[in-house]
Design a protein around this ligand. Structure first.
Ligand code: AMP
Ligand code: MN
Ligand code: MN
Ligand code: MN
Length: 319
């Protein structure tokens, strides 16, 4: 222990600093309560072979657990056929689970995705609504194939079918995989850019569910409706405002803030939007495939503090 005056001054400094630290420390549990609800490795958005992912629900559960996911939801497009398998697989991995789905909606001429979480997967109204939403995918796929044939790509419908796990759920993703396999493009993102988006040869406009229907199907089945990846839509500020306002009016309660589809700037923007509209916030990778997806399960940053995490609204729905 130093004994000269200078050192004693240092001692005084440190004892002051420590008592300041101790005061701060005594407040820590309070701070922790504010933040800890957001510090959860929840991944509430991903896809299996039941829609346009490449892994089974069981393989996804295993991967999620390996990546440290603590609360998981499988959210296949327009389909809840994988929910019982996913819940059982999560249980086998010792991971908490919320039921999930991602519903295709047409709003202001654009396709919008609404995620549902924590609903009853056997609810008859929800299942019928999803069945109706899936209807028409086959005809759309055949028209997409005709469009591609016109630019010299033959047999795309049959080719895409080889990648389909669920015959009712042929999607643009399956076409993209076929075009990569047949060497037309190097990766699926290129296929979307060159062939499968508005104005391109394989694009076919389609009418999905209405916003009101999707939100109502989810909420009447005891779930929470969430606007998926809002930065992905090409809306004007007025249209986006209308989306959030109408979504709330129909009973929607949350928005994805931290998703594999958003940049760090967009986390900030939609954290602000969540607060403005009084919506809870969700977090999900939107993982589809180990080869194609940039964001793996459970690897996103935590939700920003001061937002209500969507799992807080669903405490009694967690399995
Ligand atoms: P569909 O429901 O048939 O219109 O297909 C939509 C799916 O295509 C989305 O869920 C994504 O998985 C995928 N997708 C959409 N846009 C892109 C893109 N630009 N690059 C890669 N995949 C995309
Ligand atoms: Mn998809
Ligand atoms: Mn989506
Ligand atoms: Mn998705």
């Amino acid at each position: 222990m130093p004994t000269n005056g200078k050192a004693c001054g240092e001692c005084a400094f440190w004892s002051k600093a420590q008592s300041f630290d101790a005061r701060r420390f005594s407040k820590k549990p309070k701070i922790k309560n504010v933040i800890s609800k957001n510090i959860l490795n929840a991944d509430l958005h991903c896809h299996s072979i039941v829609s346009d992912g490449t892994l089974t629900p069981e393989a996804l559960a295993e991967r999620a657990k390996l990546n440290g996911v603590e609360l998981w939801a499988l959210t296949d497009h327009d389909e809840v056929g994988g929910q019982h398998r996913a819940a059982a697989a999560a249980k086998a991995q010792g991971m908490r689970y919320l039921t999930g789905v991602e519903i295709s909606v047409t709003f202001a001429g654009e396709t919008v995705h609404i995620v549902g979480l924590g609903f009853d997967p056997d609810d008859a109204v929800l299942k019928q609504g999803l069945h109706d939403t899936r209807g028409g995918r086959r005809e759309r796929a055949m028209e997409m194939s005709d469009g591609l044939a016109k630019v010299g790509i033959q047999g795309a419908y049959e080719g895409a079918l080889k990648f389909v796990g669920n015959p009712e759920l042929i999607s643009r993703t399956h076409f993209a995989r076929f075009l990569v396999e047949s060497g037309v493009c190097k990766e699926t993102a290129d296929v979307f850019r060159k062939y499968l988006t508005e104005g391109k040869p394989g694009f076919v406009p389609h009418r999905w569910a209405t916003l009101q229907n999707a939100v109502t199907w989810i909420t009447q089945a005891q779930g929470v409706a969430v606007i998926a990846h809002p930065a992905r839509y090409k809306f004007t500020p007025n249209e986006e405002y209308a989306l959030f306002t109408e979504f709330k009016n129909h009973g929607g309660r949350a928005v994805e803030v931290v998703t594999g589809s958003h940049t760090a700037q967009e986390y900030i923007k939609y954290a602000e939007t969540a607060r403005e509209f009084g919506l809870a916030a969700s977090r999900g990778s939107d993982f589809h495939s180990p080869v194609e997806s940039h964001t793996d399960l459970g690897t996103l940053p935590f939700l920003p503090g001061q937002l209500t995490p969507v799992w807080e609204l669903l405490e009694d729905r967690i399995q």
